[in-house]
Design a protein around this ligand. Structure first.
Ligand code: B3K
Ligand code: ZN
Length: 853
């Protein structure tokens, strides 16, 4: 397969200022006519190259006459004599046979598109690259009974009736856009509508389109959209720019959602919610994804990417924007904790493994493989670090400059950083390494103190581990917020300061320090790094109870728990008392809200504990964590029951306080069950049966599903029967079982893969079982290798239908270097089996072959 390299970028030889598309839609046979006005770009030479993927030209005309053409790697090549021509092509495609879900495809009886990154070339011949910006006119004709609603980008300009029960509609998008932002939907859909008046007084019609019966589940998404629109005006001065904004929800979708200009298309899991079927986490995710896609209208659509190596320009920045939006809707501290948890669970392992790549990659085989936590979440951290370094006013000036200067263009990460430098009045030369060097920096911090002289010092050292293709790393610019507390008095010794660590070693000096200091460092997680300190359990316990930065309090507790678990794994047993004391203290701190407490008292996941160890021992980690959970449950049983009772009697409400109460209640339920109390399972079962919301129902189900009570099977059956016609909730049923900590989970999951409701054809369902199972460290890494074989079988089967979604399931198998020889060998041999599969897609080939290197 061919490798595409960033340094090979050349500007397009031909531009396409205008396109007129004409779709004669039907599921088995859709005729697509395209009329492109093409213009030579400067004095470039060479033929017009129109990308195509599995397209056969039915007709090709240039300036109205049949033309000569040839095919090369699926693309259509035409030699054009002049500088400006009208090129017409015609193809026939079959949406109902499109199982890749890229291009035009059928879902739930409707037709829809997905073009990012390279799906447009599966619809029509076109220079399918983000730096070719085109004005689109789209006409669609379809059977009116089957597809009464016809939508595309921009504004509707006309519609009418045709013969044979067909009708047509035409849409024009006044904003030039890259082909990846094209969208079309034809379906039997109903809309939940609202209006939004922008800050300059423009009235925008908002509509969320779903199946008629799902309409009652769209209010939360619509409300979130309005909030996001207002927030972007207030915080970034960005206003919406069309008269209509449409969102369509579809059931079969390769990822979360897509920001097509004026016509966002969503995986229905990020639109549909009501208390009976969606958890608080679902509600939050819906608000975040709706906001994310909306924010792309400026960070992505008005300013797009020059090439796909610049993907983080739009994705990192937009994730940063949606994270801040969510932080403003509730507890900013809890949101930061959740975001860091995600970064550590998804991005740190990626950065430490065979698929590590820089935020601005240097090469790819298949760009779909680069929609990663590194591009998205680490990319967002880079924006956050620049915002920290500049401060809020200069950061806003810099984003204003960026939005003004690059509006209507296809820009680069470099353009963005240059705006930060210019408006911030600073030099970010060293900071740019964050874009080019992969790997998570490690910072070692220690404090020295001379009681006599009152001198203290914080000693910092940094380094970045080698990653594939990058053996040697230069020191990075790390913005670290630090503060010192007195170990005895607990008072602040030195106020918070922002240290810009630029060398591989530095010493920060403090004067007049009378007592032994304890360092609180990387407060607010100001830099996405791993910090190693020599702080004792006592110091961590103190910070977990007294630090005035809520993130630092959480962090101290996590570090204490991690140290305890790592020690237990190494020595077979550990001292649980400091963790139990710190948790007790946190549970009773009247200044803390319930959501924060719930986050803070949660043990780090099995896999995060594994990430701290040179060789991951899944069984030992599981046992150590269960032992600590049991002791926490037993020693604090009365406290958990008290917390549980305090949050028990609330009727459903979607508010930060009510969410926090539910979160803590369910964490408490988990600990009560861990204690082994005889009534624990019935407590869970009562909650399961009486819940008026999915958070409580699923929380109880998860607790039961990991246990041995006879209530377990009953609860799973009740849940299944109650929701058997709701695909999104059935996904939860599969996931809950895949994440169970029971010994028989590997066999249970293999059986579930044969369940009549399981199907690889629907990406949500595939992920709900296979994706979830591979996150269950103990079950997936069973030393028989059965988990590896099972997941590899599923990847091979899914690759034939949907390579993109198959490739996303691969990375857990690629982490073989982190495990013992037996497991590592078995993982490798599954990767080898995958690579040797005939007809493998380049998506899976890239992930599997790089994982073997
Ligand atoms: N831009 C899309 C992701 C497209 C993924 C293509 N493999 C959604 C988003 O990030 O907002
Ligand atoms: Zn995005």
């Amino acid at each position: 397969p061919t490798v595409t390299r960033r340094e090979d970028y050349v500007a397009p030889a031909w531009l396409v200022p205008e396109i007129a598309l004409d779709f004669d839609l039907s599921p088995g046979e859709t005729r697509v006519r395209a009329e492109l006005s093409v213009e030579r770009n400067g004095d470039s030479s060479g033929p017009l190259r129109l990308d195509g993927d599995a397209l056969v030209p039915a007709a090709v005309r240039v300036d109205g006459a049949d033309a000569e053409w040839r095919m090369e790697d699926g693309a259509l090549l035409i030699d054009l004599p002049g500088d400006s021509h009208r090129v017409e092509t015609e193809v026939v495609i079959a949406p109902e046979r499109n199982t890749q879900l890229m291009g035009l495809y059928a879902s739930g009886g409707n037709l829809c598109t997905q073009c990012e990154a390279q799906g447009f070339r599966r619809i029509t011949f076109f220079p399918d690259r983000p730096d070719v910006l085109t004005r689109y006119r789209v006409r669609m004709a379809a059977d009116k009974a089957r597809y009464p609603v016809l939508l595309s980008n921009g504004d509707p300009v006309g519609s009418g009736e045709l013969e044979n029960g067909r009708h047509w509609a035409e849409w024009h998008d006044p904003y030039p856009k890259p082909s990846y932002l094209f969208a079309l939907v034809a379906g039997d859909l109903a809309a939940n509508r609202a209006t939004f008046t922008t800050q300059s007084g423009r009235e925008v019609t908002l509509a969320i389109w779903v199946r008629e019966r799902d309409l009652p589940k769209t209010d939360h998404a619509l409300e979130s959209l309005k909030r996001a629109m207002a927030w972007d005006e207030q915080v970034y001065g960005r206003e919406y720019d069309l008269d209509v904004f449409n969102i369509v929800a579809v059931d079969d979708f390769n990822f979360g959602a897509m920001e097509n200009k004026g016509l966002n298309i969503f995986n229905s899991r990020y639109i549909l919610a009501d208390p009976d079927t969606a958890t608080d986490h679902d509600y939050d995710a819906i608000a975040a994804v709706v906001a994310h896609e909306y924010f792309h209208n400026w960070s992505g659509n008005r300013i797009t990417c020059r090439d796909w190596f610049q993907l983080s320009l739009k994705e990192g920045f937009t994730v940063y924007r949606d994270q801040k939006f969510s932080a403003d809707q509730g507890s900013a501290a809890v949101k930061r904790i959740e975001d860091v948890r995600t970064l550590r669970a998804a991005q740190f392992p990626e950065d430490a493994g065979p698929l590590a790549h820089p935020v601005r990659p240097d090469s790819y085989i298949e760009i779909s493989n680069f929609y990663t936590a590194t591009i998205y979440n680490k990319g967002a951290e880079l924006i956050g670090m620049m915002a920290t370094i500049l401060g809020p006013e200069k950061f806003r000036a810099a984003t204003d400059l960026y939005f003004t200067r690059f509006d209507g263009t296809a820009a680069t990460c470099e353009d963005f950083v240059a705006c930060m430098e210019e408006a911030g009045g600073i030099d970010l030369t060293q900071f740019r390494l964050w874009y080019s060097q992969a790997g998570t920096p490690r910072v070692t911090a220690s404090v020295t103190h001379e009681a006599g002289s009152g001198r203290a010092a914080l000693n910092l050292r940094q380094g970045v581990p080698p990653t594939p293709g990058q053996p040697d790393k230069a020191p990075m610019l790390l913005p670290l917020k630090v503060k010192l507390f007195g170990a005895e008095s607990g008072r602040e010794i030195a106020p918070e300061q922002l240290v810009l660590l630029s060398d591989s070693e530095a010493e920060i000096a403090f004067e007049g320090v009378g007592e032994r200091p304890v360092a609180s460092i990387n407060r607010g997680f100001s830099a996405p790094v791993i910090v190693e300190t020599d702080r004792s359990a006592a110091d961590l316990g103190f910070l977990s109870g007294h630090d005035d930065d809520p993130f630092a309090r959480y962090e101290a507790m996590q570090q204490l728990m991690l140290d305890t678990l790592v020690e237990s794994v190494a020595r077979g047993r550990g001292d649980h008392a400091p963790v139990i004391d710190a948790v007790r203290h946190t549970l009773h701190d009247p200044d803390l809200d319930k959501a924060f407490i719930a986050e803070a008292v949660l043990l780090p996941s099995d896999s995060f504990v594994g990430d701290q160890m040179p060789v991951v021992d899944p069984e030992a980690i599981f046992r150590a964590r269960e032992a600590l959970r049991r002791d926490l449950g037993r020693e604090l049983e009365a406290d958990w029951r008290e917390a549980y009772e305090a949050a028990r009697a609330n009727r459903f409400e979607y508010s930060p306080a009510a969410k926090g109460a539910r979160r803590l209640k369910n964490v408490a339920l988990g600990y009560i069950n861990a204690s082994g109390a005889p009534d624990a399972a019935s407590l869970a079962f009562v909650q399961f049966e009486s819940a008026d919301n999915m958070t409580d129902r699923q929380g109880a189900l998860a607790t039961l599903a990991s246990g041995t009570s006879e209530k377990r099977v009953a609860a799973l059956d009740i849940f299944y029967n109650r929701y058997s016609d709701n695909a999104l909730v059935l996904d939860k049923w599969f996931t809950t079982q895949a994440l169970s900590s029971r010994d028989d989970t590997p066999q249970a999951v293999e059986a579930l893969a044969k369940h009549k409701d399981f199907s690889l054809a629907n990406p949500n369902r595939a992920r709900s079982l296979i994706g979830a199972f591979s996150m269950n460290q103990r079950a997936f890494h069973h030393d028989s290798g059965s988990g590896y074989r099972f997941v590899a079988d599923q990847i091979i089967a899914l690759d034939k239908l949907n390579p993109q979604t198959a490739a996303k399931l691969l990375p857990p198998l690629g982490r073989w270097r982190r495990f013992d020889e037996n497991r590592g060998e078995r993982m490798r041999s599954e990767l080898e089996r995958i690579v040797a599969t005939p007809g493998l897609s380049k998506d899976v080939f890239e992930q599997a072959s790089k994982s073997l290197d």
